[in-house]
Structure formats: structure tokens, C-alpha cells
Design a protein around this ligand. Sequence first.
Ligand SMILES: NC(=O)c1ccc[n+]([C@@H]2O[C@H](COP(=O)([O-])OP(=O)(O)OC[C@H]3O[C@@H](n4cnc5c(N)ncnc54)[C@H](O)[C@@H]3O)[C@@H](O)[C@H]2O)c1
Length: 437
Amino acid sequence: MRITIVGTGYVGLVTGAGFAEFGHDVTCVDVDAKRVEMLNRYEMPFHEPGLHELVRRNAMHGRLSFKTNLREAVIGSLAVFIAVGTPSGEDGSADLKYVIDAARDIGRAIDGYCVIATKSTVPVGTADKVRAAVAAETKHPFAVASNPEFLKEGDAVNDFLKPARVIVGADDQRAIDLLRDLYRGIMRTTDRIQVMSIRSAELTKYAANAMLATRISFMNELAAVCEVVGADIESIRKGIGSDPRIGPKFLFAGAGYGGSCFGKDLRALAHLGKELDVPLQVVNAVDRANERQKRLLGERVTKHFGGRLDGKRVGIWGLAFKPETDDIREAPALTLIEQLLAVGAQIVGYDPVAGPNIKALLGDRIEVAPDPYTAAQGADALVLVTEWHELRQPDLARLAVAMRTKVLVDGRNVWPRDEALAAGFAYYGIGRPDPGR
Ligand SMILES: NC(=O)c1ccc[n+]([C@@H]2O[C@H](COP(=O)([O-])OP(=O)(O)OC[C@H]3O[C@@H](n4cnc5c(N)ncnc54)[C@H](O)[C@@H]3O)[C@@H](O)[C@H]2O)c1
């Protein structure tokens, strides 16, 4: 089936390459000409495991192409997916400017019946706005649908090719049949398509992110209790995670969540509640708790050194908002860096892939080291922010020689605390008592 994807960010590019892998004829469109040029050379605009190979293979087989000209792409397409950004507006609402611009462009370009499906995360009621924007530009028949995306950066290709479910919000049977047909490639084992109303589909995406974020903030708050009462959040995590009603995922206390979605989507959901006069107290609290949590690592380092860090060097391991991505949007490392710079510290960061993005954002305000042990060289403290596999088991003997002061702040509770203490390091985790207590 011939389809168009509008936007070649994490969602658009993975979706386009994924549908091409199922054998569809896919054109991806972006307003960013430089990005389109890169993609036409099979160069990736961001790091996502497995995506490069998927794009290259499908493009070489002629099933996947990239353009800036939306009209050329849309002509003859039976489905057009909107996968552009929906950033936070000043009041926390989702800014729909890019979605509506894309809808207007699509309206001008369609030349026969097609389904216009929104993959971007958008507030309830957006499909009506998309429908109105398209209808204002065309006389051709079309249907709108909501097809929110649930992929995780770092594992996005797998998530697209083997999704837990595909949510289709639509009220037009022809659109439902067409979308089912498009996703047939993933339905070999079970029918993972859930059809619902458009509004339910739009809200399902926010509900999923809000639920995941709630689990994280809940555990972070309990970790604070653990520190006061001398309990260990790791024991509690295992204790509750083994209950099948709760399950083990998203229960890790840590440095707070980051990324382009959780914060933005919680703020948008909270804004929707306000607009509707439906109090969403849990959602508001989750985001507030996370903002507090993101400052915890910085407070820990600052407190250890008595408030000021002039002349102190702090190494940071992990800069991306989570492992396996180079995305630094709303990353906890950014909060930590700003906190430490404000009290006079010198920062040396290391990340397997996000270094160039941090450098582009912060320039000479921090150093970026080529490997983890260079980042630790001469450091007065070393902080783990992102638990990349290669950073989970530090060589403590090597760190003891490299560092000026032996202070470890483990923002993910993955470093070997007892060994670190035995080797003479000061060790700070999250929600873990001092074993001497
Ligand atoms: N990143 C994720 O993990 C993720 C997961 C699920 C859902 N989402 C949602 O999907 C949407 C996209 O997220 P993303 O991370 O892929 O965004 P992104 O910022 O990485 O990419 C958006 C792309 O859209 C392009 N664009 C903007 N306006 C355009 C237009 N009119 N025509 C063509 N291209 C246009 C931009 O140039 C950019 O390349 C957001 O609503 C987000 O909340 C993101």
C-alpha cells in the first residue's frame, strides 16, 4: 500500500521504516531539508539501535524514500500519518501548531480518499481540529483516525515491529479496515489491534505515559522515606514487583525521568484537566515530584562538599535521558550540570553516544571525555546518571587511582555499593541506607 509519513523524528522515521519493512511503499516527508538530504544518503539524524540498517535496506529496495515536497508524496497515498512534534506551550498545553500545519498541507495535497492518522501525541479533541483543517483545503473524501505511538526510544524498532498493541481510534469502517490491512504484518501470532473511539485513543496515549511516570515518581518518593527510616528501596522494589498485580517494570528509584515525552505529556494532561475543570491531582503531583527528584543528585554532591564546589571537578557518566539513545531532551543530566555549574564545579561528562548533543547545547561550559575513565580522571566526585551497560560495573581500583577524591554518587543503584565502601569510597545511592546503620 502506498503511504506517507509526515515528520521524520523518532516516531516518523521508525514508523516509515517499519511499514516499509512490511512491504508497503512509504514516503517520509520532513520540512527539514538537511535531515531529508542526510536520510537520502542513509545517514541517521539520531541514534536508534537497528534503525540505520532498517532504513538502508528498505530504501535500497525502493520501498522507502524521503522528500521535502509533501504534495508529491501524498498523491496516490491511501494513508497519511502525522508524526510531527507536539511540544509544550507556555501554559503546559500541547502546542498543535505543527500538527495543524501538516493537516492543512495534507488537505491541499490529497487527490482521492485517504485516511489521515495522527501518530503524534495529541490532546483529546485534536482529531476534530485535524478534520476541520483538512476539510478547509479539499473537496476529496477523507477520514481521520488516531493511531498513537507507544515506542520506547532505544528499543523503538522492536517496539514498532513487535508491538504489545496497536491502538486505532476511528469512526469510519473503511478507515478501520485500511489501517488493519496496513498493520497485517504484525498480526501473525495474535490480533494486536485495539479499535476504539478516536477520543479514547487520544486519551489512551496520555494515560499510558502518566501511569508509567506515576510508578517512577511513587518509587522516588518512597526512596526518600527509605533514607529516613533506614529501609532499602531495592528490597521494596523486588518485594512489590513480584506481585503480579503490580509487576516489576518502571519501579526503579533514580535520578528522575527525562525525555521528550513524560514531562511534556503530563503537563498537557494536567492542562486538559484544568480546562475541563476535572482535577487531576495525581498527575500534577507526579510531575512536581519528578522536578524535585531531578535535583537530588546535584544536592547530594553539593552537600558532600559543604555547599560550594569551586575548584572541584565532577565526572558524570551518562548524559542521555536513558540508555541506548542520544536524546538529551529534559535529561536529568542537564539539571545536574546546571546545578553543579551554579556552585562553581568543573564538569567532565561521558556518554557512549550523547556527547556531541551535549556539546552542541552547552559548548565550552562542560568538557566531554572520550571514555568513562578519562571523565573520572582527577575528579572529586563521580556521578552515574544514565545506566548504560558499559557504565554499570566500574573498575573501582582504576577509579581509586584516577580520582582525586573518592566520592561516588550512584543515581541508578547499580554500582556495587559494598565493594565501593570496602575500597574506601564514599557512596551515595538512592533510597539505600548506610550499611553501618
Ligand atoms: N520520541 C518518542 O519516544 C515518542 C514516542 C511516542 C510518541 N511520541 C510523540 O510523537 C510525536 C513526534 O515525536 P518525535 O520525538 O518523533 O519528534 P521529533 O521532534 O524527533 O521529530 C518531529 C519531526 O517533524 C518535522 N516536522 C515538523 N513540522 C512538519 C511539517 N509540517 N511537515 C513535515 N515535517 C514536519 C520536524 O522537522 C522533525 O523532524 C510527538 O507528539 C511525541 O510526543 C514520541
